[in-house]
Design a protein around this ligand. Structure first.
Ligand SMILES: Cc1cc2nc3c(=O)[nH]c(=O)nc-3n(C[C@H](O)[C@H](O)[C@H](O)COP(=O)(O)OP(=O)(O)OC[C@H]3O[C@@H](n4cnc5c(N)ncnc54)[C@H](O)[C@@H]3O)c2cc1C
Ligand code: FES
Ligand code: FES
Length: 487
């Protein structure tokens, strides 16, 4: 087996002597690449953003920006990354390096003051600069709004980056001013070839190890041999545990590149979504085919987090405030579990058994999530949080209704943040089914919805507020559907 290494700015860089839990951020800084900064070490600020070459959606390779503070360096064994230092190119001998177009725009438009956040902004901005389907509008007013530039730049690409001193207007100016990559731009050309293939990794230092197998069967065998191992996919939850709670594992087993967990298949009666696809990959590959998921993704963390986070990880934590479970409950999804004795499919409504507990047995992995077809036509996802983007839910509500001839034929409502597990709002569903979709029924059902679950008081919200938001959520859905009919 080749010694573990990462290709950093085109140069092979051995992983040793980094510990298996060392993050990409520390790995880079310890090698003198101090452009990559630590702001929060928990995925909130984007100062650590770097670019990774990943399998592309529209081209063989996408340059994807990720939080270097959350990902173990060992997880990128054999992979290719570019830091802010690698974006600029060497100039003539004796002269300064030539800035990358996004660096140039940030400089000339005053997008940087103290500069602490700037390398992170520049990497996130570069990822959007190289997004293959970003294109300038013929008419600058066409498709441009407060969040999308005339050059097709989607400001949500920067939703995971914080700046304390410049203010965001000059940064937005820079983002909206970048053009298309020039002919011969090396990173644009790099997109035409496949990214490095995943490699099996056995990286051990002292008593701890980071292991990656190439197939699901080998990984399941490994989990039998190492029953105490921690499974990681995108590491957006695990990375916080390591950095903030100082958790260490003797053995970490990576599943994020397993081909069996990275398929997206559309069959006649269901869509199967691989548990290790990132949320960005699912969002771009489904391209709106499941409107409820399309509504979820922009409200789930930031683009930086979604570039690593997986559905398997969101269900794997068993958190009662994860955002995908309410949506998947409303979609009537099931979870495909793979273990040493084969596969089994469990309805998500029967998956969670208690606070952060599930029917998943030791040694089993979530292989995929299945969403049955056809989809219910009336759907909505309401996430109530303190900030509009990049925040954890106080309460989350997802609806999927079939309404025919003004009668609610079926109703499925998934709730997060109101009990020890994500739950279906069964009483409210019963109050709606078979009834007219009319103000009187909806108002009565909203009262029932307010009483669902056992919401608690905590620093995010009071139980009263959570209950009130549940009821409001149904009223809001009703208002939206009736506005659509009358307009
Ligand atoms: C700044 C920030 C913002 C966030 N915002 C949100 C948000 O808005 N909404 C939200 O819901 N979450 C949010 N999260 C939490 C996190 O991003 C999600 O839970 C994410 O989906 C986890 O996926 P991952 O692949 O990174 O999981 P990892 O960290 O790799 O793993 C998480 C857990 O799942 C298990 N696991 C992973 N894959 C599998 C598998 N295939 N089978 C079995 N077990 C598995 C792991 O063992 C581990 O216990 C946020 C996190 C951060 C740091
Ligand atoms: S250091 Fe803040 S997101 Fe990584
Ligand atoms: S320029 Fe100082 S934090 Fe952004």
């Amino acid at each position: 087996m080749v010694a573990a290494r990462i290709i950093v700015n085109g140069r092979e860089t051995p992983l040793a002597p980094a510990a298996p839990h060392t993050t990409v951020l520390d790995f880079l800084r310890e090698r003198g690449l101090t452009g990559t900064k630590e702001g929060c070490a928990e995925g909130e600020c984007g100062a650590c953003s770097v670019l990774v070459a990943r399998p592309g959606v529209k081209k063989p390779t996408d340059w994807v920006a990720v939080n270097a503070c959350l990902i173990p360096a060992a997880a990128l064994d054999g992979q290719e990354i570019v830091t802010s230092e690698g974006l600029a190119t060497a100039g003539e001998p004796g002269s300064r390096p030539v800035l990358h177009p996004v660096q140039e725009e940030m400089a000339v438009r005053g997008g940087s003051q103290c500069g602490y956040c700037t390398p992170g902004f520049v990497c996130s901005m570069a990822a959007e600069y190289y997004r293959p389907d970003r294109c300038a509008h013929q008419d600058p007013a066409d498709g441009a709004d407060a969040e999308h530039g005339p050059n097709g730049f989607d400001l949500h690409a920067l939703s995971g980056n914080l700046c304390r001193c410049t203010g965001y207007r000059p940064i937005r100016d820079a983002a909206f001013a970048v053009g298309a990559p020039a002919d011969g731009d090396p990173l644009a050309q790099r997109r035409e070839q496949a990214p490095p293939a995943p490699v099996a990794t056995a990286y051990t230092r002292g008593d701890s190890a980071f292991l990656r197998r190439s197939t699901l069967a080998d990984t399941l065998r490994l989990l039998e041999e190492r029953p105490g191992a921690v499974v990681v996919a995108g590491s957006t939850d695990w990375g916080v545990e390591v950095n903030i709670r100082s958790r260490r594992a003797d053995c970490v087993v990576a599943v994020d590149r397993l081909p069996e967990l990275r398929e997206l298949r559309v069959a006649s009666d269901h869509i199967e979504i691989g548990a290790a696809l990132t949320l960005t990959e699912i969002e771009r590959r489904l391209d709106g085919a499941v409107p409820l998921l399309a509504e979820l993704f922009p409200q789930f963390a930031s683009r930086l987090i979604r570039n690593s986070a997986t559905l398997g990880g969101n269900l794997g934590t068993g958190s009662p405030i994860g955002d995908s479970p309410p949506v998947l409950l409303a979609l009537d999804a099931s979870v495909v579990l793979a273990g040493p004795d084969g596969e089994r499919e469990v309805p998500l409504s029967g998956y969670f058994t208690g606070y952060r507990q599930s029917v998943r047995r030791p040694g089993e992995l979530i292989r995929a999530v299945r969403v049955p077809l056809p989809l219910s036509p009336v759907t909505a996802f309401h996430k109530i949080a303190k900030r509009r983007f990049d925040d954890i839910s106080s309460v989350a509500v997802a609806f999927a209704l079939d309404i025919e001839d003004g009668i609610v034929r079926t109703a499925r409502i998934g709730l997060g943040g109101v009990a020890a597990t994500p739950v279906r709002a069964r009483a409210t569903e019963a109050a709606l089914e078979g009834e007219p979709w009319a103000a009187q029924t909806v108002e009565a059902a909203a009262v029932v919805l307010r009483g669902e679950g056992t919401p608690m008081d905590d620093h995010r919200a009071s139980s009263l507020y959570r209950s009130a938001m549940l009821g409001q959520s149904l009223l809001k859905l009703y208002a939206r559907t009736t506005e659509a009919v009358s307009s």
